[in-house]
Design a protein around this ligand. Structure first.
Ligand code: CP
Length: 335
């Protein structure tokens, strides 16, 4: 049984088919791929876009979505094996996933890192535990990667450039300031999909400490070897932006400080000038800007950049609906 945990697990042909199906759903929004079917959406963290687009997507395909928030409106879940459960958790994932799978046809999971120990968080234990025990397909709704966002981003770029072939486009993933050390998921995912699509990708970040986990750097290098693109890391704003076709912004915490964030704060505070502004965008080749949202205006990107016709963040957000319908339909078809 196939899950949708990471795009890296799916072939390029399968991803192209998902994007084509998403474009078809964008033209004709209603379908019956989930008729009489249901999906449980398990949220350990807040959401606006993901929750809305999955619920609506299931409805538009004839299905039904049930939202569960463990620890809020559902029992807190234990994930460790062998634990004497005399603390706060009320039931074990071994029961939760198997019971849900008797009720529903798909399970979506959002589980951000705990931000205490990256060596633990990088194992994606919550998502993997659902996939281990569930007898129905599991969809990653953002954990340490965000594959649904990747597809929405790729579709928005294909629409913008008027072609499904993104090879040779100069793509910059830039770190931006945020007052808090955020999840690396969208950055990991942006690198993954941009290199998979054969673009010439630059990861722009303030210092080597902000380079992403070696797993995703490895995926980026593997992908360009296959796709014919290129991948480099840069700490130089001007050269990274110059001639870019795409600027994608995201903030994230520096992994060496994971769990001990106090010393990272003064470092990140030195790099507020990484904000995406008109002066930087003027260095690009009439480049397009996007972000996964939510975005703090005038912290990560200026009002002028967000309100520019070159900003496709709203298109990308809309595409979440279409690509997730394609993913749900594809996972249903495998039966
Ligand atoms: N981009 C994204 O996943 O948005 P939400 O956190 O609002 O779901």
């Amino acid at each position: 049984m196939k899950h949708f945990l990471n795009t890296q697990d799916w072939s390029r042909a399968d991803l192209d088919a998902l994007l084509a199906q998403a474009a078809a759903f964008k033209r004709n929004k209603l379908g019956d791929a989930l008729k009489g079917r249901s999906i449980a959406l398990v949220f350990f963290n807040p959401s606006m876009r993901t929750r809305t687009s999955f619920e609506l997507g299931a409805f538009q395909l004839g299905g039904h979505a049930i939202v569960l928030q463990p620890g809020k409106d559902a029992w807190p879940i234990e994930f460790d094996l062998g634990t004497v459960m005399d603390g706060d958790t009320e039931e074990h994932i071994a029961e939760v996933a198997r019971v849900l799978a008797r009720y529903v046809d798909l399970i979506g999971v959002r589980a951000f890192p705990k931000f205490v120990d990256w060596s633990v968080d990088r194992e994606d234990r919550v998502l993997k535990a659902f996939a281990k025990y569930s007898t129905v397909p599991v969809i990653n709704m953002e954990t340490i990667t965000h594959p649904c966002q990747e597809l929405a981003h790729a579709l928005a770029l294909q629409e913008h450039f008027g072609t499904s072939d993104l090879r040779g486009r100069k793509y910059v993933l830039t770190w931006t300031y945020h007052p808090k050390p955020l999840n690396t998921a969208v950055a990991n995912s942006a690198l993954t999909i941009a290199t998979r699509m054969g673009m010439d990708v630059t990861l722009l970040c303030p210092t080597p400490e902000y380079v992403l986990d070696e797993r995703y750097i490895g995926w980026a290098n593997d992908n360009v070897a296959e796709s014919g693109g290129s991948f480099q890391v840069s700490h130089d704003i001007e050269s990274a932006y110059r001639g870019a076709d795409v600027v994608y912004a995201k903030s994230w915490g520096a992994l060496p400080y994971f769990g001990n964030w106090a010393p990272e704060k003064p470092i990140r505070d030195r790099y507020k000038h990484f904000i995406v502004d008109e002066a930087k965008m003027a260095l690009t080749d009439n480049g397009v800007f996007s972000h996964c949202l939510p975005l703090r205006r005038n912290v990560k990107a200026t009002d002028a950049v967000m309100d520019s016709p070159r900003c496709i963040a709203i298109d990308e957000a809309e595409n979440r609906l279409h690509v997730q319908k394609a993913v749900m339909a594809a996972l249903m078809r495998q039966e």
